[in-house]
Design a binder for this molecule. Structure first.
Ligand SMILES: [Zn+2]
Length: 374
């Protein structure tokens, strides 16, 4: 996620929270609209308004993430944009699901976010009503740094209403994609939804130039969010479509169970590999990592690879998908998978080489698709 235009800001419910760079435009934007309206700015209150928007988006995304957990998805990171967010899921831990369940799940998941905001708005109205102060809910402008309680209500109402816009990855767009995915496969449905969304974003940006500049702002956010989702999708399609034979290392060092640990360490020093298959004749008998060799040497002194190697390991076949290899790696928290053919070792896939090759593959697929579409 190096180039996702976002910065890490912390963790929430075990999920990495990142702030998208468009969020940094928001304070400037609010200052500017405040100044345009009153010819003066009140810094503290404007900042409070930014804080309210951030908190309402975060609450919305928390709703999605908690619901996702219940439905068996594992959220990995959430990127907050002004007015919306994008949750990235750990696809290596997701099971293959029945497509019918998938689109129903998607719709349920999409509805949770706006419901959270509607509930918050109702709660804020109730609190203000209980305090006995007049809230002037219908007095323009709705979002205004000078009236914080009213801004809380309207921020939530705006976020809820915007979420229903059929602009993927806003929730309305997700529902649209879920409906499209009944006819198309998920990748095609997403691409269609992203195209519709980009068109809507463009209209908003231009409409905003001639009317309310908030529309331009929303258009930019929708466009940025759609780009983020498309990247995640490219990554997923790489996981599903790339065969191990395309990424496995075929030029690698092996160890023998009869090697001493000192010999093994010596080989490890002369290789870039962190993990080694242990082979007797042409049989795979174990795997061992450089770290394990070092640890054993430190604690027990010199011995044989046989005694310290890991004898329980998963193997994959040439034609297995990258995604399946990832799941095996994370399930056993190992860092190497031997690739075999007729019991014979033909390659290895390591966590180290996967990280590297996935990024390359994602880029090359994207290039191929762009060429194809032109
Ligand atoms: Zn949402």
């Amino acid at each position: 996620m190096r180039s996702s235009w976002s910065i890490p800001v912390g963790r929430l419910f075990g999920v990495d929270v990142r702030l998208h760079l468009t969020f940094l435009i928001l304070p400037m934007f609010i200052y500017w609209t405040d100044y345009a309206a009153h010819q003066y700015v009140s810094g503290g209150r404007d900042l409070a308004l930014v804080g309210i928007i951030l908190a309402c988006v975060a609450a919305h995304e928390c709703g999605h993430m908690l619901a996702a957990r219940r439905l068996g998805l594992v959220p990995k990171a959430v990127i907050l944009l002004p007015l919306t967010g994008v949750v990235l899921y750990d696809e290596s831990k997701a099971e293959k699901q029945n497509p019918v369940l998938l689109w129903k799940r998607e719709i349920r998941l999409a509805l949770v976010g706006p419901l959270v905001n509607l509930a918050l708005a109702a709660f804020a109205i109730a609190v203000v009503a209980a305090s006995g102060r007049p809230i002037e809910l219908w007095k323009w402008p709705f979002l205004q740094a000078a009236n914080i309680p009213k801004s809380i209500v309207w921020t939530n109402l705006y976020i809820a209403a915007l979420s229903f816009m059929p602009a993927y990855p806003l929730d309305g767009g997700r529902i649209l994609r879920a409906v499209l995915s009944r006819q198309l496969d998920l990748a095609a449905a997403t691409r269609r939804a992203v195209a519709i969304s980009s068109a809507i974003a463009l209209v908003l940006v231009f409409a905003g130039l001639f009317s309310d500049s908030w529309l331009t702002m929303i258009g930019v956010v929708v466009f940025s969010a759609a780009q983020l989702e498309e990247r995640a999708l490219v990554f997923q399609s790489v996981l599903d479509n790339v065969r191990l034979e395309e990424v496995m290392l075929t030029d690698f060092a092996t160890l023998s169970p009869a090697d001493t640990l000192e010999d093994a360490l010596d080989k490890a020093v002369h290789s870039l590999q962190d993990d080694f298959p242990v082979v007797r004749g042409s049989d795979m008998v174990g795997v061992i990592s450089r770290q394990r060799i070092l640890d054993a040497l430190r604690s027990e002194g010199n011995g044989y690879v046989q005694a310290v190697m890991n004898k329980i390991f998963d193997v994959s076949l040439r034609h297995d998908s990258l995604g399946s290899a990832f799941r095996k790696l994370t399930a056993r928290s190992s860092s190497i998978i031997p690739v075999v053919e007729d019991q014979r070792l033909v390659g290895i896939v390591t966590l180290q080489n996967l990280m590297h090759s996935m990024a390359l593959l994602a880029e090359s697929r994207k290039l191929q698709r762009q060429n194809f579409e032109e």
